[in-house]
Design a protein around this ligand. Structure first.
Ligand code: FAD
Length: 465
């Protein structure tokens, strides 16, 4: 519960219309895509950097935690107010400030929706590749804070590869600029890279400088169906081994196909036990050669059927199917746990086999889909947590999935981040000295643990004077 004087000061900073404590609003801002719920005490909608700076200064004086929030589409609880306090929503800071066509650079506010930005730059023949499947609602600030990935990242890299500068409000309310609009720059520590992926624990991003590419001339999308999961998983490494890096290499297993079949018009023969959505882009004349080469490579691995989208509209239909996967699985099982391990690409077949063995041992369905081209598999553990013992089973299975990913030289999370959901598992992946190093950074920048406490690093009491 916030003191009335704190609410009054927040109203003075952002205007009374831009602060709410209404119970219905508190409920709306208590969720993200993990299905956890923690009620905040207030939600504020600042209009600019100066207001955010004042909010952070107030929070430090009053010892109130602040939780930055974009669209709240995170899969690891990053934006959730797990200890009450203030949710700071960036929805009003949604302007594209500049698209510099001469230098292929843009400046944006953090609340810009990812797809809106992509549409704006594509109108000018430019390209912003990172494309999380949530792009219709996620924000660029949230993408940067999570270092979001997406299907196209197999060829083009992830969000951190495109953020070259930032404006940030520090946990104590100072305003700093990191990096800049140049393609090179090595003066001082690389604070841009430190901020990107820090999940709103080290500062609030108030402006982003983004590198752009020329828009590829053409693209071609293929849907390749396989008679076994193993065949599809082996196809992923076979394509890469064949020295082709497609724009996307997305994987769906049979259970995923079944779920999306119920929710979309996707027509897939019963013999198809797994599919890959493969897209290539570049000069139009090169694309047929690339798709033929991919077909040749995968043919011996049990291909049931290959479809090639003939028009951009057909290609968009395929992508609609892919983007509907998460929601389709959630419709079938609202309690599912969605993990996003990432392994070296050559280990994808081994990882899929290991997940299958875990599913059989615990007798729980585990559904796999995701960005197989960069080894990033979304492992969905489909339990009904209302049934006795299911939650414990899911937790044990998750731990084994993480252990398997680490065994294969991978990581617990390729793009969804740690938030509060994976914080307890961090010691499985990082050695104690690395965790202590991170804690030292957090303590130095945020001595009162005001900004997004309890995320990434488990909340530890900090000695206050
Ligand atoms: C259907 C669906 C599909 C998805 N597909 C993908 C995918 O393909 N790839 C992928 O990577 N993710 C995916 N996600 C996860 C999610 O969309 C991404 O993590 C996204 O980047 C979150 O953006 P957001 O604006 O919703 O941020 P939020 O969820 O609001 O916040 C995420 C984190 O960023 C912090 N944050 C937000 N704004 C700021 C800011 N301005 N400054 C500092 N910190 C900030 C928050 O505190 C929190 O820790 C998907 C989610 C859904 C629901």
């Amino acid at each position: 519960m916030l003191e009335p004087r704190v609410i009054r000061t927040l109203e003075e900073i952002v205007g009374a219309d831009n602060v709410t404590t209404h119970p219905t609003d508190m409920l709306c801002y208590s969720y993200d895509a993990t299905q956890q719920s923690f009620l905040p005490d207030a939600v504020v909608f600042p209009a600019d950097t100066a207001q955010i700076s004042l909010i952070m200064k107030l929070a430090n004086v009053e010892n109130v935690p602040v939780f930055p929030r974009g669209a709240g589409s995170g899969f690891s609880g990053g934006s959730l107010p797990i200890s009450g306090g203030i949710v700071l929503a960036t929805a009003r800071m949604d302007q594209i400030l500049e698209i510099d066509e001469e230098n292929l650079v843009a400046r944006v506010q953090p609340g810009v929706v990812t797809e809106q930005f992509q549409i704006a730059v594509e109108k000018l023949g430019l390209f912003y590749p990172p494309d999380p499947a949530s792009l219709k609602f996620s924000t660029l600030g949230g993408n940067a804070a999570e270092c979001a990935g997406g299907p196209r990242c197999v060829k083009y890299g992830v969000t951190k590869d495109y953020i070259i500068g930032l404006e940030v409000v520090t946990p104590q309310g100072d305003i700093i600029r990191t990096g800049g609009a140049t393609m090179k720059g090595v003066v001082g520590y690389d604070l841009t890279k430190l901020m990107v992926g820090s999940e709103g624990t080290l500062g609030i991003i108030t402006e982003l400088i983004i590198k752009l590419l020329p828009l590829p001339e053409a693209k071609k999308t293929m849907l390749i169906m396989f008679d076994s999961i193993d065949g599809a998983a082996q196809a992923v490494s076979a394509i890469i081994r064949g020295k082709i890096i497609p724009t996307t290499l997305e994987f769906m297993d049979a259970a995923t196909i079944e779920c999306v079949r119920k929710a979309t018009d996707l027509k897939v023969p019963a013999a198809a036990k797994a599919v890959l959505i493969v897209e290539v882009d570049g000069e139009a004349q090169m694309l047929d050669r690339q798709t033929s080469r991919i077909s040749e490579i995968v043919q011996p691995l049990g291909v049931v059927e290959t479809r090639i989208a003939a028009t951009p509209a057909e290609s968009e239909e395929l992508w609609k199917v892919r983007r509907s996967v998460s929601a389709s699985l959630r419709n079938v099982n609202p309690d599912k746990f969605n993990e996003d391990i990432c392994v070296p690409r050559s280990k994808v077949p081994d990882m899929i086999r290991r997940v299958d063995a875990i599913a059989q041992r615990y007798a729980i369905p585990i559904v796999n889909f995701g960005h197989a081209g960069d080894g990033n598999i979304h492992v969905n553990i489909m339990v009904d947590t209302k049934q006795e013992g299911q939650l414990e089973k899911a937790q044990a299975a998750i731990k084994e999935v993480f252990a398997a990913a680490l065994d294969f030289g991978g990581t617990m999370s390729g793009e969804h981040g740690v938030g509060n959901t994976k914080a307890a598992y961090i010691p499985m992946e990082l050695d104690p000295a690395a965790v202590a190093y991170m804690q030292t950074i957090k303590n130095a920048l945020d001595p009162k643990n005001i900004l997004n406490p309890g995320k990434i690093l488990l909340e530890q009491p900090v000695e206050l004077d």
